[in-house]
Design a protein around this ligand. Structure first.
Ligand code: PGA
Length: 252
């Protein structure tokens, strides 16, 4: 049985005081959820990680970064290393989010090196893959997923300490989610690729869906056999909505 994952990506939103009130509200809304029921991960902007860790205290919430640099340290003005993130108390790191791949032109090679840095510093990477609308319209979805995933897996030693996420670019922040059955097909395909590379470890690895998840659609995704959780952007900014996503998702 793979433990369910509910991950929030705040992107470039929130301040320290907003983080404080968010956690107060979120922990209040989720107090009935047993800590063992699922993994809840909140990824605030890097500058808010210490504040988020203080607020999460000994609750069931773990904190993750949204990005790290692929090198261990050095002259990379403005960047943050995996070691710094781990030292701050965070436990996860999103690697290869499509906004990083597209806006900041991150290649699959950079993403792989970020995931390696994360693992070397005891951070669990949440490694994202997904096709653009253009690629989907050209029926290249599975090809793109395969390319992005294989590029990363080839550079990483076999480990169950990694979370994968299928995030179709056209579904992110648009309000238009994928159809649950299409997401299931893509994620089952990802599991097949992992199995071909890493054997039965594929049964242990959690694979999430992300893209316009909200309280009203999460259950349908979580009911799919290969979908182990969700990565939530916009709807995670509201503490009550994110709490409701977890509650509904656990019902599936
Ligand atoms: P969204 O973002 O939920 O706002 O679509 C998802 C993501 O970017 O991870």
């Amino acid at each position: 049985m793979r433990k369910k994952v509910f991950a929030a990506n705040w992107k470039m939103n929130m301040t320290a005081s907003e983080t404080k009130s968010y956690f107060r509200r979120f922990l209040n809304e989720t107090e009935d959820i047993p800590a063992s029921a699922c993994d809840v991960i909140i990824c605030p902007p890097a500058i808010l990680i210490p504040q988020a860790i203080t607020q999460a205290d000994d609750s069931f919430v773990a904190i993750g970064a949204q990005n790290i640099h692929w090198e261990e340290e050095g002259a990379y003005t403005g960047e943050i290393s995996a070691r710094m993130v781990r030292d701050s108390g965070a436990e996860y790191c999103i690697c290869g989010h499509s906004e990083r791949r597209q806006i900041f032109e991150e290649s699959s090679e950079m993403v792989t090196h970020k995931a390696i840095q994360a693992l070397e510093n005891k951070l669990t990477p949440i490694l994202c893959v997904g096709e653009t609308l253009f690629q989907r319209d050209n029926e290249e979805t599975l090809e793109v997923i395969s390319e992005q995933l294989l590029a990363s897996l080839a550079g990483i030693d076999e480990t169950e300490d990694i979370i994968l996420a299928y995030e179709p670019v056209w579904a992110i922040g648009t309000g238009v989610s994928a159809e649950p059955r299409d997401a299931q097909e893509a994620i089952a395909y990802m599991r097949k690729i992992v199995r071909e590379q890493w054997g039965d470890l594929a049964d242990e690895i959690r694979i999430l869906y992300g893209g316009s998840i909200k309280p009203s659609n999460v259950e349908a995704f979580m009911a799919c056999p290969d979908i182990d959780g969700v990565l939530v952007g916009g709807a995670s900014l509201d503490a009550r909505d994110f709490a409701e996503i977890i509650q509904s998702g656990l019902k599936a």
